[in-house]
Design a protein around this ligand. Structure first.
Ligand code: FAD
Length: 221
């Protein structure tokens, strides 16, 4: 990355470009980290995406963001094909019906993978691990512990997954939706992005020492 972009001072800047979403951060040394969401009618597998190759992806990306008045064109000018981490399509798993069977239990992405748009996947993986540990500590059998763990976690993680899916789909808006979105975004952000509205998601606290609540131990159905 060249010296042209100023540091974003620890923030990620995100932009809905004309044709695709782009996010980046620049550190004090001028090093940029970025990611691009490239809309695609037919989702590509990792293998298909990688088969396209770094040179071609870079050409596609530069063309995709060429008309945007954001940092994307400048950043992409400095990227080399070998720098690209090419992944396949983003896929949502809205719900995983079975989280445990016998002595086996799922935790983290295997139970509740969420779109990177939510920025919450690692956080909810850690939360689930903590809740699972509490349940295993407090309940007499693995079956009881796994059931309580799922009851403590499922509604919260699926709400986050649904929110991430909504954000991802917004990133590939068509031309009319784009104009509407750009006009309404400042007001929507003022109303929606208040810390108190996000608190349920980002201020979530687990009291590890507290015994597992009875409502989690006793199934409701
Ligand atoms: C592009 C992107 C951006 C993201 N941004 C954010 C963010 O900003 N904030 C956030 O909180 N989350 C984010 N996430 C999500 C986060 O990375 C995941 O939710 C988190 O890593 C899930 O942790 P995990 O331990 O469940 O799974 P993983 O981190 O996937 O760990 C699973 C591990 O198991 C290993 N494994 C797989 N199969 C086997 C096997 N058979 N034997 C042995 N090992 C195996 C894998 O190699 C891997 O190391 C992002 C994800 C992506 C893809």
């Amino acid at each position: 990355m060249g010296p042209k972009l100023a540091s974003t001072n620890g923030s990620m800047n995100m932009s809905y470009g004309k044709r695709a979403f782009f996010a980046y951060g620049v550190d004090q040394q001028g090093q940029a980290g970025w990611f691009a969401n490239v809309p695609s009618k037919k989702p590509l597998t990792v293998g298909q995406a990688r088969a396209i190759g770094g040179d071609e992806w870079l050409r596609i990306l530069r063309e995709l963001y060429a008309q945007d008045r954001t940092a994307a064109p400048e950043i992409l000018r400095h990227v080399r094909p070998a720098d690209l981490v090419i992944v396949g399509a983003l896929e949502d798993l809205p719900t995983v019906p079975t989280w445990s069977r016998g002595a086996m239990v799922l935790v983290g992405d295997s139970a509740h993978a969420t779109s990177p748009s939510s920025g919450q996947g690692a956080s909810i993986a850690v939360e689930s691990a903590i809740q699972l540990a509490r349940c295993l500590r407090d309940l007499p059998t693995a079956e009881a512990a796994f059931g309580a763990y799922e009851r403590l976690r499922r509604a919260r993680v699926e709400r986050i997954i649904a929110g991430g899916a909504r954000t991802s789909s917004e990133k590939a808006a068509g031309p009319v939706a784009r104009v509407f979105r750009d006009l309404t975004m400042p007001t929507v952000m003022k109303l929606m992005a208040k810390p108190e509205r996000m608190a349920w998601q980002v201020d979530y606290r687990i009291d590890f020492d507290a015994p597992v609540d009875e409502s989690a131990i006793l199934p409701t159905r």
